[in-house]
Design a protein around this ligand. Structure first.
Ligand code: ADP
Ligand code: MG
Length: 684
């Protein structure tokens, strides 16, 4: 559909924020709302809080700092009290924008510096520009604030949204059945959407948003309800027999005792595998909790029943590491283990033959395992390591095999159980909520870039004790404007200037799998003392002698990633250290993330905080996972709505799986239009 004011250029910008159709635009909810009234409450604000307020500009000061750095101070007041907005970096245009006497809306984290209340780098909007007489928004007291991308402005977005409703509001259709609208007293969709954009009362918008949260949960729960019923009626699994042969042999060989959490999870998995239904189970356990060994026990159960077992890992490095681990642990047990790699190489044809004739019993690999030409003779068990790195589709490729193999998903991201059920549907969840004994929590320090020298000295102390170190750098993005201390430069600096007497290597994503492997092998063997790397080591790499990790530009990493990275050290019984290096200025969010990292090593605490800070959408990486996305709902805050929606959806599907009753007619049509494709991935 055509929208006034949107040409080719703007439609590209809109696409960047997820708006492809006029309906998308009408469903683009404001991030927040700003009030045109000067907010008379500066006195009530607390340091550390995220605040949004409307105030008047009192003064503008662009004098450089005493050290000559460019810096901009803007004083604002509520007629009684003043605070300062500070920019350490700003475009010249700001000097024209800020004028004493103007009304300004600002939003950011309130801090205090030498007793002066400040907001650093706030988001802002000047509210007293000349306004077009005919502008719909002219007299509005509450204005929506939309997500933007470079090239779009709030004024532009407001105009577009308004004209969109003017032309197309009549196209908005109801998606919820009447009986549910009545049950909850929800406003019709067309009305509710307009409230979200044009309301003059925040509370009304908050209340109305619940309708949309419900709607999203409801449809995703219909999907899972259908999944559950479908599989309870149609799944033919394998009934394994617990012969206690290979599994007992391994137990006796192990050099350590399993933790009670590991034992419990093994029992849970075995109970599933020995039932005739197809297993679909997720193991969650923090990095280093010992998920791999648990998986090996499950694989041996399949193997001693005459089936093949496979483990798919997201990277070649990790697959290679599993391979060595498996070979060591299962040495002398007479089990044929194969590592199937990507690309073509000598011996691959032979490997595929062994997979197809059943002589390969344990098959490890990456995506190479789900290529069309890989044909398993008798696949009984599939494990997917770091499962969130694969899409639903990729996992389904292995799951769909004719024999209905038992499925085990492995995840180091501990998420609350109720959330797991929502996002992964009807999976069973096992938690390894205990660490192997004698593990010392990694001691984590935050250091500013200016203190790098002290960090180098701290690292050297570990090196002198015979330990090894990781230096991790973020990837350099093309669009990155700031100069990053990238891995290459850091490597050269450390090698030439700081640690000339230690062996040091660089590992990065653009190397071939073979090169990467070779370096990892030498690091493992202790030949390389210092590994400078980009995030390629993030996942699952296990080198017990590495006792210190330095993370450069730590402010650029997400919490989950920092936690994963840090999990690479402290894998033995000795004390390990992690240094998080921050480069200024740090956003309030980054500060908070680094703070949490220095305070906690508990994956659950960190995951919860991560969810809180980022919101679940990004947390789970829906885009790549192919799972239902939640645009309106907040998986944490809206749990009670989720429970209602889940109950309603299951009730409907239990009674009427095909949704063919007259009162479900419309529901079926809308559900199929939204979810047909997703459903085809999970109903097999
Ligand atoms: P993750 O859960 O991160 O995949 P791993 O399975 O790689 O963890 O285990 C981490 C390390 O701990 C490995 O070196 C493994 O041999 C060791 N480990 C696993 N279970 C135990 C245990 N019960 N006691 C002592 N060490 C263990
Ligand atoms: Mg692992």
């Amino acid at each position: 559909m055509y929208l006034k004011g949107v040409g080719e250029y703007r439609s590209k910008l809109l696409a960047k924020i997820g708006v492809h159709t006029v309906l998308d635009l009408m469903e683009l909810f404001p991030r927040t709302y700003l009030s045109r009234n000067v907010n008379p409450s500066l006195a009530e604000l607390q340091v550390g809080e995220n605040v949004a307020l409307t105030a008047e500009i009192s003064w503008v000061d662009a004098r450089p700092s005493t050290t000559g750095k460019k810096i901009l101070h803007v004083g604002v007041n509520d007629k009684a009290l003043g605070i300062e907005c500070v920019w350490f970096r700003y475009p010249p245009s700001y000097l024209k924008i800020f004028k004493p006497g103007s009304t300004i809306w600002i939003s950011g984290t309130l801090s205090s510096f030498n007793g002066q209340l400040q907001i650093n780098h706030p988001e802002f909007e000047i509210l007293d520009k000349e306004i077009d007489e005919h502008d719909f928004w002219k007299n509005k007291l509450l204005l929506p604030v939309y997500p933007l991308t470079e090239g779009l402005t709030q004024t532009m977005m407001r105009k577009l949204v308004y004209s969109c409703f003017e032309q197309y509001a009549s196209y908005i259709e109801e998606v919820l059945p009447d009986f549910l609208l009545q049950k909850y007293g929800f406003a019709p969709r067309r009305v509710a959407l307009q409230i979200m954009h044009f309301t003059e009362k925040r509370e009304v918008a908050d209340k109305t948003r619940r309708r949309f949260a419900y709607e999203e949960f409801f449809f995703s729960q219909i999907l899972w309800a259908r999944h559950k019923i479908y599989h309870s009626q149609n799944s033919y699994g394998i009934k394994f027999d617990n012969k206690k042969k290979l599994t007992t042999e391994l137990k006796n060989k192990l050099s350590f005792k399993l933790t009670s959490a590991q034992k419990r999870v093994i029992r849970e998995i075995f109970a599933d595998m020995c039932s005739p239904r197809q297993m679909s189970r997720l193991i969650q356990g923090d990095v280093g909790s010992g998920k791999t060994i648990v998986t090996i026990f499950a694989m041996l159960l399949a193997v001693e029943n005459g089936y093949q077992a496979t483990l798919m890992a997201p990277t070649e490095i990790l697959a290679e590491q599993h391979y060595q681990n498996f070979q060591k642990l299962l040495d002398g047990m007479g089990i044929k283990i194969i590592l199937l790699k990507g690309g073509s190489y000598k011996g691959k044809t032979e490997q595929k033959k062994q997979i197809a004739d059943g002589s390969a019993q344990i098959i490890l690999g990456t995506h190479a395992l789900i290529q069309k030409d890989v044909d398993f003779a008798k696949l009984g068990f599939v494990a997917v390591d770091e499962q969130h790195r694969f899409g639903v589709e990729q996992r389904a490729m292995l799951a769909k095999g004719n024999s209905h193999p038992d499925l085990l998903y492995i995840s180091a991201t501990p998420i609350p159980r109720s959330l797991a059920m929502t996002v992964y549907g009807d999976l069973q969840v096992s938690q390894i909520d205990e660490m192997p004994p004698n593990r010392k929590a990694v001691i984590t320090y935050y250091r500013s870039e200016r203190k790098l020298d002290t960090v180098f000295a701290d690292v050297e102390r570990e090196l002198r004790n015979g330990r090894q170190a990781y230096f991790v750098c973020p990837l350099v993005e093309e669009s990155e404007k700031l100069a990053l201390l990238d891995a290459q430069r850091l490597y050269t600096h450390l090698k030439d200037k700081i640690y000339p007497s230690y062996s040091i290597e660089l590992l990065h994503g653009r190397m071939s799998a073979k090169e990467k492997d070779a370096i990892m092998q030498r690091f493992k063997a202790g030949e390389i003392k210092i590994l400078v790397t980009t995030t390629v080591i993030e996942v699952g790499v296990d080198v017990a002698n590495a006792s210190v990790m330095v993370i450069e530009h730590a402010e650029r990493f997400g919490l989950a990633q920092l936690h994963q990275l840090r999990g690479r050290v402290g894998r033995g019984a000795d004390q390990a250290y992690c240094f998080l290096i921050g480069h200024h200025p740090l956003s309030a969010m980054a500060r908070e993330r680094l703070n949490i990292m220095t305070r906690s090593t508990d994956g659950f605490v960190i995951a919860e905080k991560d969810l809180e800070l980022r919101g679940p959408g990004e947390f789970f990486g829906y885009e790549q996972s192919g799972l239902p996305q939640f645009r309106f709902a907040n998986l944490i805050a809206d749990q009670s709505i989720l429970n209602l929606a889940r109950k309603d959806a299951f009730e409907i599907i239990n009674k009427d799986f095909q949704m063919i009753k007259p009162e479900h007619e419309k529901l079926r049509i809308i559900y199929l239009s939204k979810y047909k494709q997703k459903e085809s991935l999970i109903l097999y």
